[in-house]
Each structure stands twice: as structure tokens, then as C-alpha cells.
Ligand binder design. Structure first.
Ligand SMILES: CC(C)(COP(=O)(O)OP(=O)(O)OC[C@H]1O[C@@H](n2cnc3c(N)ncnc32)[C@H](O)[C@@H]1OP(=O)(O)O)[C@@H](O)C(=O)NCCC(=O)NCCS
Length: 182
């Protein structure tokens, strides 16, 4: 699914379901401090990804993941994920996230993959809103989100505890009715 051949120097990527051979990558993110970047919150159960994969292939109604694959090299550069966020009553939206391996960062893949994920979610689910949070010091993700068609909504104060302290976050969103990224 969702493939993009590129003439702009960005490696062509596709989003595909998680496969058994991807579990080693998820174990690395769970056990290598800092590999996931600012979202590192300490060691987590390295077997949890295998259990989730066995349950539903990581494609559920509440949360899901897809691999970001560099098509020419048939290698996983990282993954994207999305989870349901409720606003009360019948109203909910998706919140997306992404993590690329360090060797694939800074090459345009993060922007492209998040734009492709929005296309996927707007195509296959009826949501009006997709949101994404990031950290004030994560310039790469802030810019990648804007490139993927997101707009900054504001600062969410003291919303996460990480690295020994409470930190502010930045909230972005893209609506179905927003102009698509170029
Ligand atoms: C954040 C992340 C997804 C961004 O994806 P990426 O492929 O590295 O970013 P891109 O190459 O698409 O670059 C997007 C923009 O950020 C800029 N950028 C890239 N790396 C940067 C860096 N280290 N510092 C500052 N700006 C950077 C690019 O120049 C580009 O800017 P532009 O739109 O003005 O040209 C990726 O770096 C990553 O996985 N990081 C670790 C995990 C993480 O932080 N996930 C998000 C958690 S909220």
C-alpha cells in the first residue's frame, strides 16, 4: 500500500504492516536508551511487541503501527503509529507518532511518512482531525509535521514527565479539510 516514488532526493518509502522480522527493531527501541530520541522513558518489556504482534499484527481499533520501509533497500527505516483520542460523546480523533532509526533521519523520510499516514487515515477512517504532539526541543519533528500539513495549535503545559522533570509539549493538528501538503 501507500507508495511514493520520489524525484526530490527523498528515498522512496512505503507504509506496510508489521512483520515478524520487525520485532527485533521494536526490541531495540524498548531496550536501547535514547534510540527512540526524546520519547525515551526508561526500559520497557522487550517481549511486549511480540505479544502485541501475535494478538493483532499491531493493527487494532484503538492503536496501530505500520512500518516505514525504504522501498529500494527493502529495509525498515522505523515505524509510524496512531491511537484513538476521545473528546467525549461520539467525538474522537487519531493521534499519530513516528520513530526512525538514526541512520534514516534528516533525509525527508519523516515528513513524507507522516503525510502518507494522514492520507491513509483520511482514506480509511472517517476522522476529521489528526493530532500530533512533540517536544519544544524537537525541531526536526516540528518541521516534519508542518511539511506533512500540520498546524501548531499551542503549548500543552507540563504534560509529560521525562528525564527527571515535567516538560511542556507542543500540539499540532491536521484536519481533513486543511489543504494537503505540496
Ligand atoms: C523526528 C523525525 C520523525 C523527523 O523525521 P526526519 O526524517 O528526520 O525529518 P526530515 O528529514 O523529514 O526533516 C524535516 C525538517 O526538519 C529538519 N531537520 C531534520 N533533522 C533536523 C535536526 N536534527 N535538527 C533540526 N532540524 C532538522 C529538516 O531540515 C526539515 O526542515 P525543512 O522542512 O525546513 O526542510 C525523526 O528525526 C525521528 O524519528 N527522530 C527520533 C524520534 C522522534 O523524535 N520522533 C518524534 C517524537 S514527537
Amino acid at each position: 500500500m501507500t507508495e511514493a516514488g520520489r524525484a526530490d532526493g527523498v528515498p522512496a518509502v512505503r507504509l506496510r504492516p508489521v512483520a515478524e522480522e520487525d520485532l527485533a527493531l521494536f526490541r531495540r527501541f524498548a531496550t536501547e536508551p535514547g534510540l527512540i530520541g526524546l520519547d525515551w522513558t526508561g526500559f520497557t518489556d522487550p517481549q511486549a511487541p511480540a505479544r502485541r504482534f501475535a494478538l493483532d499484527g499491531w493493527l487494532g481499533t484503538e492503536s496501530s503501527r505500520l512500518m516505514v520501509e525504504v522501498t529500494d533497500e527493502r529495509t525498515a527505516a522505523g515505524f509510524v503509529g496512531w491511537a484513538r483520542r476521545d473528546f467525549g460523546g461520539p467525538t474522537w480523533c487519531w493521534e499519530i507518532g513516528i520513530a526512525l532509526l538514526p541512520e534514516w533521519r534528516g533525509r525527508g523520510i519523516g515528513s513524507r511518512a507522516q503525510a502518507m499516514l494522514c492520507d491513509y487515515l483520511f482514506t480509511h477512517t472517517p476522522v476529521q482531525r489528526i493530532q500530533a504532539g512533540t517536544h519544544p526541543e524537537n525541531t526536526a519533528e516540528q518541521r516534519a509535521l508542518v511539511r506533512a500539513g500540520f498546524r501548531l495549535e499551542g503549548v500543552v503545559r507540563a504534560c509529560e514527565f521525562r528525564d527527571g522533570r515535567w516538560c511542556d509539549g507542543l500540539l499540532y493538528s491536521r484536519l481533513r479539510t486543511d489543504p494537503p501538503p505540496p
